[in-house]
Design a protein around this ligand. Structure first.
Ligand code: MGP
Length: 217
């Protein structure tokens, strides 16, 4: 009888301990949530590695999504710097739900502000320009036109790397040019440098070097 009572007391205190642990865990989860700083949008990071035997789409992988400042930095510091990726690779950061391809319904009428870099810039400028591009995106830097932004892509290529911000509608002239001006300014490009905006519909039918600029800033 006494032994049975001792056993049930033991069970009771174990249950109490388990409940306490569960409560603490819940509290920690809530604290973690409230202490993180939310971003306006949820973002998805994609990685592309060129395997020539596979169709283009199959080489594209979703890495992860995030929607807080802290999770952005945690991701950024854990992944390889763009300048250390091998040729043929891309990173893309897009609003969650938009795939980083021309075919997505939010991209197909859009285009991109394209920054083409020289080979030497891989060592000197590339990582800083890409980080600034990411900060423009997650910080919604384009005022009332940030909604027009779909994402950004960095292409690591032997012939010269490229960075671009993709927007959703080439016909929204005011939005596109505002985004271009702010972007150029944020990258600290000299007023002598001209950057161009190309429609995806045009890029999809030509090599990017032959696509004509719809706008320049
Ligand atoms: P790229 O990777 O954007 O540039 O496109 P790269 O390698 O510098 O080549 P260039 O043509 O711009 O000089 C390379 C190829 O990948 C394209 O010609 C397409 O075959 C394919 N590709 C690229 N994108 C962004 C897409 C896309 O959105 N959809 C599809 N279906 N294919 C794409």
């Amino acid at each position: 009888m006494a032994a049975a009572e001792a056993l049930s007391n033991k069970e009771l205190s174990r249950e109490k301990l388990d409940n306490e642990k569960r409560r603490k865990k819940k509290e920690c989860a809530i604290l973690e949530k409230v202490s993180k700083h939310p971003l306006q949008s949820r973002w998805a990071l994609w990685f592309f590695k060129n395997v020539k035997s596979q169709p283009w789409q199959c080489n594209l992988r979703l890495v992860t999504t995030f929607n807080t400042v802290e999770d952005f930095w945690s991701l950024y510091t854990h992944i390889q710097l763009a300048s250390k990726l091998s040729s043929g690779c891309d990173y893309s950061l897009f609003k969650d739900g938009i795939e980083p391809m021309w075919e997505d319904s939010r991209n197909k009428r859009g285009g991109r502000w394209l920054i083409t870099l020289s080979k030497q810039q891989r060592h000197n400028d590339l990582d800083a320009l890409w980080l600034e591009t990411l900060l423009c995106l997650v910080g919604e830097a384009f005022d009332e036109y940030s909604e027009e932004v779909c994402g950004a892509v960095i292409n690591i290529r032997a012939k010269g790397d490229k960075i671009a911000i993709w927007t959703r509608e080439t016909e929204n002239r005011e939005a596109v040019t505002h985004i271009g001006r702010v972007y150029k300014d944020r990258l600290g490009l000299s007023s002598k440098v001209v950057i161009g905006y190309q429609a995806h519909a045009d890029t999809a039918t030509k090599s990017s070097s032959l696509s004509k600029n719809k706008f320049v800033v």
